[in-house]
Each structure stands twice: as structure tokens, then as C-alpha cells.
Design a binder for this molecule. Structure first.
Ligand code: ADP
Length: 496
């Protein structure tokens, strides 16, 4: 069988759906299967997934792709997994049954726990060891919540009867029939329990968050042999050879493998990650220090900034306000105006993320006049995505990063007007790749490396192909004037 008949099965277990994508060894998409699953909102600010929904959807899409590969005479070399990060599961070591639903990264139920720890002065210590902030976003307080709210759970955990895992870890446990309780360094680095400098679970963090170390998975490199997915799962035995959290996988899929290379993903929210090489930069600007990937025991670090609302502002204009018939219409409306006429939107619909981290901030629109119409709203929502990107890049600059371009992906990058405006505002070229499935591509690259098909991660840089480069084309004075309006809008919003 020639190399052309070989493929990687990439499993992309996301927040709203699970996907399986069959990638050829040169990064072409051969097939895609996707299944959405139910989001559970049991109380204000709570977000859960049923573990069985996650697993069943992965089984369904994986089986479909394996069957397609078989029918086409394609040999699957290995499985790569990428996943929604921070989402936490606790299950019984014997039966594999979870003791509670998966608590999703968006869940805010542990906000008070985090506030208390902050007030008790633990923020600096947590930041120094884990690279993260004290926020319900991360796994540690979610696990503690499960242990404290499910009858008998804490005692069982102390006795070593329970396992904790992020979604990758849970999937590998299921795929290997309970033989492997493992995770990779990128996923471990999002739990608040992992010391990203020492490369191990941190005893003090485990004590602080009250999570017994016996529950934690073994942490492996992002590429290697995680275990074998049994023949009963997808129809044939397959080695699992690459694992990374979704944003880290997208960083690899965007071939941001050199220090200073930045990618930004624009979906519901926006996640920007810059590769900082083998140095773990301590941010002074409320970004997160994280592990971008770990290969041969050597971590490559990243700095990350998350914006909670980007595409969701367009969704809100479409579904909440009824101002747009489709997300794509925002492009026509925005480009119908010569300028923003002083109208700015601060889309703090669920608070503000990096670099402001103001959970209580709320959205605002400034500069309304009798002439303001739907086009201004659409334009202001799109512009806000570029301004927030600018703020993140400025924060990264202040932390010592000197970017020379931004690689973009996610649903919003179809909007050419926004991409050009973004390039103008950040004053850097914006590069849009041909394959925008960068997350699954990243998992594929790790799996290729893990199964020995490639020798070095850099071997794949030619997998990344540019679709279009948007080149900055705005006069410095215009840029400064437009940005001054945004700064005023943000300052006013933070004052409220
Ligand atoms: P997620 O993975 O977070 O669900 P996607 O990457 O699928 O998100 O992107 C979907 C988001 O992109 C939606 O919020 C939608 O409003 C926005 N979007 C899609 N197409 C466009 C467009 N042409 N212009 C602006 N926003 C868009």
C-alpha cells in the first residue's frame, strides 16, 4: 500500500459537537463526520454535558469515518485527539461510570470559590506555578465541586477509587477499555493543578484546590503512544498517537512553530495563542502562560489571550436583535458605510476576558445619532473583534513578543471585510490558510509524529498553505483616531 493510501483519523471533540475528520498524510481532508449534542444548563451560569453524549457522538462519527476509509481502501495509521479544554469529568476507576455530568469550561458555578481564594491571597502562587489565573474557567475548582457535592465522592477519591480527567483523558480511557488513564501536557496545563515549569502535578496546588493526587492521569508528551483504541470501538485496532487541547492543536495546525508566531481563532469567542518557544514568559498583562505542545519531553510554551465574544456578537445581532438575516450579511452592511461614524460597540455580553478580565462588565454601544442604522451596528460588532485583537496583541507586545503576522481561522474569517479591517487596525498582515480546520489538522500532525510517519514537527510546515494575505493599508493618523474612539468606549464600559 502506498503512502497515498494512508490517513490519520482526527477526533475533534468540541463544545457543541464532535467531529471525526480523515486527513491524508499531506494534510488533505478526505472525509468529515459531525454530530451535535445537547447542552445542559441546570442553573444560572452552569453548563454541563452528559458524558454518554460526548462518548456516543465520538463513537458515531469515528465509526463513520473508519467505515469510509475501509470502503475507499484507505489505511488508518493512527488516531489524533483534540478537545474542548478544561471541561472536567470524574469517573469510577472500576466501572468507568462518571459520578456527575461533565462540567464545561464555560461553567461559572465556582466563581465564589475562586473569589475566596483570591481574597485569601493565593493568586500570585497559582499564577506562578500553573501560569493561569484564579477563574472558574479552569478545571481544579470544578473537580473539587464534584467531590464536595456528590454523596461519598470525596471519601471514594481519597481511597483512590475515582479518576479525574479532561475530555481527552476520558476519551482515551473509553477507547482503551479502561487500560489507560493518561492526558497530554497541553490539557494538563489547563487544570490549575499542573506545574508548567516543573512539568508535573503540583502538590501544593492539589492541596490548595483539595483534589487528591491519586485521581490525576499520567501526563504524556503531545505526540507518542497513548494507548490502543480497541477493535470494538471503531471496528479495527488503532493506536492513539497525538493529543492536544483545541487551541494548542490549532496553533500546530497553523504551523505556528517558531517563537513569536501567533494564531487567532474566531468562532463564538476568540482565542489567540503565541508561541514563546522554550521560554515560559511570565505575563504582566493578564494573559495566560500555557504549554503549546510537548515533544520528546521538551515543552514549548505559549501565551494565550481569550476574548469571550467575537462571532457571538454577530449571532446576537442576527438571533437576538433580528438586525441580520445571516452572519454573512454583516459583511455587506459593514462595507456599505465609508466609516463607523463614531459608533462603537463593546461586546461585553458575558463580561470581558483578556486583557481586562472584568466578569461584571456588560455590553454597550456608544455614539448613537438619528442617522445610526443596522449597518452601524453590524460594522461596530465586526470592528470590535479587530479592536479586541489589537488589545491582545498590545498586551503580548508589552510582555515582550514582537509579532510579524497573524494567522487566523474559525467561522468569522470568511468575512473578508473584517479580515482587511483587522490587518489595518493591528498593522500586521493577516494570513488566512486554505485549510481552516486547523484544530483537527493539529491533532493529525501530532498523530503523524507520534506514529513515526514524520520525524520532527517542523516536517509539516509545508502542510500549511495560504489562501489569502490581507495587507495593512490604513494611514497611521486614521488608525490612531479610530483606536482612540475604541479606547474611550472600553474605558467608559469598565467604569460602569
Ligand atoms: P464555534 O466553533 O465557536 O461554534 P465557528 O468557528 O463555527 O464557531 O464560527 C461561527 C461563528 O462565526 C458564529 O458566531 C457566527 O456568527 C460567526 N460567523 C460566521 N460567518 C460569519 C461571517 N461571514 N461574518 C461574520 N461572522 C460570521
Amino acid at each position: 500500500m502506498s503512502a497515498d493510501d494512508s490517513a490519520i483519523l482526527a477526533i475533534d471533540q468540541g463544545t457543541t459537537s464532535s467531529r471525526a475528520i480523515l486527513f491524508s498524510t499531506d494534510g488533505q481532508i478526505l472525509g468529515v463526520s459531525q454530530q451535535e449534542f445537547e447542552q445542559l444548563f441546570p442553573a444560572d451560569g452552569w453548563v454541563e454535558h452528559r458524558a454518554t453524549d460526548i462518548w456516543q457522538s465520538v463513537l458515531n462519527v469515528g465509526r463513520e469515518m473508519v467505515a469510509q476509509a475501509k470502503a475507499s481502501g484507505i489505511h488508518i495509521l493512527s488516531v489524533g485527539i483534540t478537545n474542548q479544554r478544561e471541561t472536567s469529568l470524574v469517573w469510577d476507576r472500576q466501572s468507568g461510570e462518571v459520578i456527575y455530568n461533565a462540567i464545561v469550561w464555560q461553567d461559572r458555578r465556582t466563581a465564589d470559590h475562586c473569589n475566596n481564594l483570591r481574597q485569601e491571597g493565593y493568586l500570585d502562587g497559582v499564577k506562578a506555578a500553573s501560569g493561569l489565573l484564579l477563574d472558574p474557567y479552569f478545571s481544579a475548582t470544578k473537580v473539587a465541586w464534584i467531590l464536595d457535592h456528590v454523596a461519598g465522592a470525596r471519601q471514594r477519591a481519597e481511597k483512590g477509587e475515582l479518576c479525574f480527567g479532561t475530555v481527552d483523558s476520558y476519551l482515551i480511557w473509553q477507547m482503551t477499555g479502561g487500560k489507560r488513564h493518561v492526558t497530554d501536557a497541553t490539557n494538563a496545563s489547563r487544570t490549575s493543578l499542573y506545574n508548567i515549569h516543573k512539568g508535573c502535578w503540583d502538590t501544593e496546588l492539589c492541596a490548595l484546590f483539595n483534589v487528591p493526587a491519586s485521581m490525576l492521569p499520567e501526563v504524556l508528551d503531545s505526540a507518542g503512544h497513548f494507548g490502543d483504541c480497541g477493535a470494538n470501538i471503531f471496528g479495527q485496532t488503532l493506536p492513539i498517537c497525538g493529543v492536544a487541547g483545541d487551541q494548542q492543536a490549532a496553533t500546530i495546525g497553523q504551523a505556528c512553530l517558531n517563537k513569536g508566531a501567533i494564531k487567532s481563532t474566531y468562532g463564538t469567542g476568540c482565542f489567540m495563542l503565541v508561541n514563546t518557544g522554550h521560554d515560559c514568559l511570565a505575563t504582566k498583562n493578564n494573559l495566560l502562560s500555557t504549554i503549546a505542545y510537548q515533544i520528546d519531553g521538551q515543552p514549548t510554551y505559549g501565551l494565550e489571550g481569550s476574548i469571550f465574544i467575537s462571532g457571538a456578537a454577530i449571532q446576537w445581532l442576527r438571533d437576538g436583535m433580528g438586525l441580520l438575516s445571516s452572519a454573512a450579511e454583516s459583511e455587506r452592511l459593514a462595507s456599505s458605510l465609508a466609516g463607523n461614524d463614531g459608533v462603537y460597540m463593546v461586546p461585553a455580553l458575558t463580561g470581558l476576558g483578556a486583557p481586562h478580565w472584568s466578569p461584571d462588565a456588560r455590553g454597550a454601544i456608544y455614539g448613537l445619532t438619528r442617522d445610526t442604522g443596522p449597518a452601524h451596528f453590524a460594522r461596530a460588532a465586526l470592528e470590535s473583534v479587530a479592536y479586541q485583537t489589537f488589545d491582545l496583541i498590545e498586551a503580548m507586545r508589552a510582555d515582550g513578543i514582537e509579532p510579524n503576522a497573524l494567522r487566523v481561522d474559525g467561522g468569522m474569517v470568511a468575512n473578508g471585510w473584517l479580515m482587511q479591517f483587522m490587518a489595518d487596525i493591528i498593522n500586521l498582515p493577516v494570513d488566512r490558510p486554505v485549510v481552516t480546520e486547523t484544530t483537527a489538522l493539529g491533532a493529525t500532525i501530532l498523530a503523524l509524529l507520534g506514529c513515526g510517519e514524520i520525524n520532527k514537527i517542523d516536517d509539516i510546515t509545508d502542510i500549511w498553505k495560504q489562501d489569502k494575505q490581507f495587507v495593512p493599508n490604513m494611514a497611521t493618523t486614521d488608525r490612531a483616531a479610530i483606536l482612540a474612539g475604541w479606547q474611550t468606549a472600553i474605558e467608559r464600559t469598565l467604569l460602569d
